[in-house]
Design a protein around this ligand. Structure first.
Ligand SMILES: NC(=O)c1ccc[n+]([C@@H]2O[C@H](COP(=O)([O-])OP(=O)(O)OC[C@H]3O[C@@H](n4cnc5c(N)ncnc54)[C@H](O)[C@@H]3O)[C@@H](O)[C@H]2O)c1
Length: 447
């Protein structure tokens, strides 16, 4: 079998690349695909909603650490799914074809690799991994076991995002010199608060939650949903929201790795017990002379005029905004004249310079939707066809890596040069040590 390399994914798109894969259990047009869910909290519940309408899928197993979530999900899923708190029970079930993993980020690598080894196809939430080397091992495990994979970057299954990215990639706004993304959400003054450490909960296992991460005293902010503010389980908003935006940026630029990254930020205004910054700027240099930025402002309102939820592509001929419900092209007016040297007595010069400037591209506004149900549909179709999904694990790894190395730049206070082929920094040995971490015994990454 030949494995698709990253350039094939970037240039040809993922579709069709894995057609040579042989399915161990070839599903016919009329068979139902039997799914096991691992993690049915906030996102697991949303993804359950996305799979339930597809009548060719059946939910036969549910796994979570917290019994009330299991009961809630079982009622929603219908039928009589097996309920368990140990994901290995799901992987051992012969009648599970594929698993859907919606656990916190620090569990994604182990559960995905174990699922591939157990012969299950895998839908796993973004960010793909907590550490860069984990992501590469996940890709290798999926390829070795010939598994179909879908990472929860659901914009990849949205027609309007595809159109917008293609428009930008084909030069619709000229040379894109800057791509910008934002996460703006004012959490001042309390943020997530500052609760004390407590006794471990009695009704769910804190030890199982920590899994491969360090076993630290229980604090309720490290648990359900709020784990995303702690580095043991998450890369913060840069990997939480940022990965979705970097996905659009890399897709639209036709790139799968930056050349360099740097970051500045910190806890500037919040006094809660989060570890990740409340204020952050990350900058990436991409091949083809494009600067990409992610601005995370968690202690400000959105500056006037800024579309806080949009990813902006600023080109030499105009700007493209991709938002949650559509995309827009805003042309700029261009002139052939040289930029004037302005003198105090000649203020009219600039006005003359602008006079006669004309747009060279058309304004455009398109509506659309991003729906995880479409992403689930694509996964189910690929389980049958054995083609690569819209957000195959290699794509998920590339987008997640771009975000993760931003955090390494922040932690090392560095300007880091990145080699996307070797997946190493070329100018900072200390930063390379942060591409992986040691799992807490007895957990270990399979080799
Ligand atoms: N694609 C998206 O737009 C999107 C949106 C939200 C969250 N997410 C991702 O989904 C993941 C989960 O986030 P969330 O907001 O649902 O968190 P959450 O805390 O609400 O849910 C996580 C669930 O995983 C369970 N869990 C933890 N360890 C487990 C284990 N070892 N085995 C089985 N279950 C385990 C927990 O009990 C909990 O119910 C994160 O990686 C997050 O980034 C993606």
């Amino acid at each position: 079998m030949t494995h698709p390399n990253r350039r094939q994914f970037t240039q040809a798109g993922a579709a069709g690349v894995l057609t040579a894969l042989s399915a161990r259990r070839v599903l016919g047009a009329n068979s139902r695909i039997r799914l096991g869910f691992i993690g049915v909290g906030n996102r697991g519940d949303q993804v359950l909603d996305a799979f339930i309408p597809h009548k060719d899928a059946e939910i036969v197993a549910l796994c979570d650490l917290y019994q009330p979530y299991l009961d809630f999900a079982a009622k929603k899923a219908g039928g009589s799914p097996k309920l368990t708190k140990n994901y290995h029970d799901v992987l051992a079930m012969k009648d599970v074809d594929a698993v859907v993993i919606c656990t916190p980020d620090h569990w994604h690598a182990l559960q995905t690799i174990h699922a591939c080894q157990a012969g299950k196809d895998v839908y796993v939430e973004k960010p793909l991994s907590l550490w860069v080397e984990e992501g590469r091992l996940m890709v290798e495990a999926a390829r070795k076991a010939e598994r179909v994979t879908q990472v929860g970057l659901m914009r990849r299954s949205s027609a309007f995002c595809r159109d917008a990215c293609e428009f930008v990639r084909k030069g619709g706004i000229g040379h894109v010199t800057v791509a910008r993304a934002f996460h703006i959400q004012n959490e001042f003054p309390k943020g997530i608060g500052n609760p004390p450490n407590e006794e471990e909960p009695k009704d769910w296992s804190w030890d199982q939650w920590c899994g491969p991460a360090p076993k630290v005293p229980y604090n309720r902010n490290r648990g359900f949903y709020r784990f995303r503010w702690f580095y043991d389980y998450s890369g913060g908003q840069l990997t939480n929201f940022g990965v979705h935006y970097l996905d659009l940026i890399q897709w639209a630029l036709g790139q799968d790795a930056p050349l360099a990254v740097t970051a500045i930020g910190g806890k500037y205004a919040l006094d809660d017990n989060r570890e990740v910054p409340d204020t952050l700027e990350v900058l990436w240099q991409y091949p083809g002379n494009t600067l990409a930025t992610f601005s995370q402002y968690n202690c400000t309102a959105a500056p006037a005029g800024l579309r806080g939820d949009a990813v902006e592509f600023r080109g030499t001929k105009g700007t493209v905004y991709i938002e949650g419900n559509g995309w827009e092209v805003v042309p700029d007016a261009l002139t052939d004249k040289d930029f004037p040297a302005r003198r105090p007595t000649e203020r009219a010069l600039e006005r003359d310079y602008r006079a006669g400037a004309k747009p060279v591209i058309e304004a455009r506004k398109e509506k659309g939707k991003v729906d995880t149900a479409d992403h689930a549909r694509n996964f189910l179709d690929c389980i049958v066809s054995r083609k690569a999904c819209n957000a195959d694990v290699e794509i998920g790894h590339r987008e997640t890596t771009a975000a993760l190395i931003g955090n390494i730049a922040l932690k090392t206070k560095s300007y880091l040069e990145w080699d996307g082929k070797t997946e190493k920094f070329t100018n900072n040995a200390a930063a390379n040590k942060l591409l992986r971490y040691d799992y807490r015994a007895p957990y270990h990454l399979p080799t």
